[in-house]
Design a protein around this ligand. Structure first.
Ligand code: APR
Length: 313
């Protein structure tokens, strides 16, 4: 059985374990700094397994030794946003948390593939790669599946058509500058910009961009966790089952889409070795300009990160 460790047993980490346990994909380790909480959640989940008929092992711990030999380490540890905070406001605190998580995880699981959720997502993924000294194939940030799923949900609500028929592609940085590609998105093969009026489409695009903030505003404490954890579980499954699945994800770019040196949301093919390939879409001038503006924002935040990690920009 494969082994998956989830660092941060909070809302998203624990719910990721829930989705994964149901799919009986791997033994699971939930790790957190809070004592007792990961153990309690793991025991509770273990006690659910007879009901759902899953034979995986789930343990909770505060000790990285228990994570040894993990195939995948999912990092959700960090501070979540409070109302009024942007994802970038979390840079300082979460960089320190990512450093501890990456260093200690790799000591126990030197070959693990890392999947990052902690915000600001693109920058924390880059921090994980730099701190771990890892090749780009082994660090993948979750953002695009979530942003695209939000857009898919909104299109489904608007049209009353199954979510399974709706394919949306949101690229770019995981922030307000993200780029929902309406021309490439479609409903059962019909492009979104054909099936929806410009006004309705624009409303859906705007709601998608602010999707995380909408949930933060409603919850008041904490941020979204069902959809983010479902997205993490899909990435874990794609890797463990070597699916060669193309999903929007944040990966380190090396010239693709005209960008280098940043993590950025693009269509990425995932398989047993992690990132297999970046898929390049044919973009028109408007789409390319929107991606460049989004990339500029990520470049700026990366500068702050490099200063923090003492790496020359
Ligand atoms: N090591 C391990 N766990 C840690 C550490 C650390 N150094 N620092 C914090 N944690 C744990 C917290 O104790 C908490 O249980 O991370 C968990 C985060 O869980 P939640 O606060 O419930 O946050 P969640 O909603 O799951 O969001 C997780 O996703 O949206 C991003 O940036 C956001 O970092 C946040 C992450």
């Amino acid at each position: 059985m494969a082994k998956v460790t989830i660092i941060g047993a909070g809302q998203t980490g624990a719910t990721t374990a829930h989705w994964l346990a149901e799919r009986e994909l791997a033994d699971l380790v939930l790790l957190d700094i809070v004592e007792g909480m990961p153990q309690g959640k793991a025991l509770d989940l273990t006690e659910a397994l007879p009901v759902i008929g899953s034979d995986v092992k789930v343990i909770g711990t505060n000790n990285y030794k228990d994570t040894a030999g993990s195939d995948i380490v999912v990092i959700t540890a960090g501070l979540p946003r409070k109302p009024g905070m942007s994802r970038d406001d979390l840079l300082e605190t979460n960089t320190n948390i990512i450093r501890a998580a990456v260093e200690q995880s790799l000591e126990e699981s030197p070959n693990a593939i890392l999947i990052i959720l902690t915000n600001p997502l693109d920058v924390m993924s880059q921090a994980a790669m730099m701190i771990g000294g890892l090749p780009r194939e082994r660090v993948i940030g979750q953002a695009g599946i979530l942003d695209s799923a939000r857009m898919r949900a909104f299109v489904s609500m608007e049209l009353g058509i199954s979510v399974q028929n709706i394919h949306c592609y949101v690229l770019g940085g995981h922030g307000d500058s993200m780029v929902p590609l309406t021309r490439h998105s479609n409903v059962a093969g019909v492009p979104l910009n054909v099936i929806l009026s410009p006004e309705r489409l624009d409303a859906i695009v705007q709601r998608t961009r602010k999707g995380g903030g909408e949930i933060v505003g409603l919850l008041k404490t904490g941020s979204a966790f069902y959809a983010p954890s479902a997205a993490l579980a899909q990435m874990v499954e794609a890797i463990l089952k070597n699916r060669h699945l193309v999903v929007p994800a944040s990966v380190y770019l090396d010239g693709e889409y005209g960008q280098s040196g940043i993590f950025f949301g693009v269509p990425a093919q995932l398989g047993a070795d992690g990132l297999e390939k970046v898929i390049e879409y044919d973009l028109n001038d408007e789409e390319q300009a929107a991606l460049e503006a989004s990339a500029e924002h990520v470049h700026q935040t990366i500068k702050g990160l490099k200063e923090k990690l003492n790496i020359a920009a």
